[in-house]
Design a binder for this molecule. Structure first.
Ligand SMILES: O=C(O)CCC(=O)C(=O)O
Length: 300
């Protein structure tokens, strides 16, 4: 937990954005808002960058909090978090995906512990046996190695008993799957004692390895929980099949651009940069050509 990772101004401006743009909430609760063409945020899915949610989604630029700009861009490489990421992921790490999750009284009410142990939580884990062991964690010769690190920024206070983030401490070092009867809890009363419930204040950040068994405690708070997830991988690793295209998010620092690069074994080097520069140019050309075709069709 990094206390006060965000300033109160940052928290206020991101909350104001969510108030203004997050619309059409899904009745059943937890949702991942996504940007729509009219620049509003729709009710569901997309921003975890794992799938296309409609026919207009583009490869490399599927819905992402980064298109919201301002403080959401600053979070790519936030100074209060960067030193921790450098330590647990090694230099050259990349942002893999991001999303906003809102928990409230109508949110899906199930704690489903996932991840947990070397090669994730086993054959019946929610993350799935096909993750190729990507949720790994190890520590050798003074260095940490972790396949996916999540930074969860709380935008609202999460008080004891409310719900929110939970994990089984130490489970990232387990070599066997969690007992099945620990995994699912429909109410807070059912949650096994081994599970740590984490309360936090608005502006705090919870950093966790996806290899640690974790999940969301059924929400019982009066207000809603708003959490931004920015998830990072080592430079050679990807969780999401959708990469970012840094050209789509305005002016970025060199460090931010580097963190939006697709995975590669060598990390930052000129060959990778050349290949990806051409891919970005090709995408820009494709978008221009599509616009031309549409204009020609409209005038025909
Ligand atoms: O609600 C939470 O903080 C947990 C989210 C979660 O399970 C995940 O990011 O994989």
């Amino acid at each position: 937990m990094v206390k006060n990772a965000l300033t109160s101004d940052e928290v206020a401006s991101m909350n104001a954005f969510v108030d203004e743009h997050v619309t059409g909430r899904k009745e059943s609760g937890t949702y991942h808002p996504r940007q729509t063409s009219d620049n509003k945020v729709g009710s569901f899915a997309g921003s975890d960058r794992t799938r296309f949610t409609d026919g207009d989604d583009r490869a490399w630029s599927s819905a992402s909090l980064l298109s919201w700009g301002g403080p959401f861009i600053d979070l790519i490489d936030h100074p209060s978090i960067a030193p921790y990421l450098e330590e647990v992921l090694q230099p050259g790490y990349r942002l893999d995906h991001d999303y906003l999750k809102i928990d409230n009284k109508v949110a899906d009410r199930l704690l489903y512990l996932h991840g947990g142990g070397q090669g994730a939580g086993g054959p019946t884990d929610l993350v799935g046996p096909t993750d190729g062991g990507q949720c790994y964690y190890r520590y050798n010769n003074g260095k940490f190695y972790s396949g996916l690190i999540a930074v969860a920024y709380e935008l609202r206070d999460v008080q004891e008993g409310d719900g929110g983030f939970a994990c089984v401490p130490g489970s990232h070092k387990a070599n066997i799957e969690l007992p099945q009867n620990w995994k699912k809890s429909e109410t807070q009363d059912e949650i096994p004692e081994v599970v740590d419930r984490v309360s936090a204040n608005a502006g705090d950040a919870i950093i966790f390895t996806e290899a640690c068994a974790h999940g969301t405690i059924p929400w019982q708070g009066d207000r809603e929980r708003r959490t931004l997830f920015y998830k990072y991988t080592p430079h050679a690793v990807a969780w999401s099949p959708c990469y970012y295209n840094a050209d789509h998010y305005g002016d970025l620092t060199d460090r931010q651009r580097n963190m939006l690069m697709p995975p590669s074994a060598y990390g930052a080097n000129t060959t990778r940069d050349e290949i990806w520069k051409r891919a970005q140019e090709e995408q820009a050309e494709l978008l221009r050509l599509r616009e031309e075709v549409e204009a020609l069709r409209a005038s025909a």
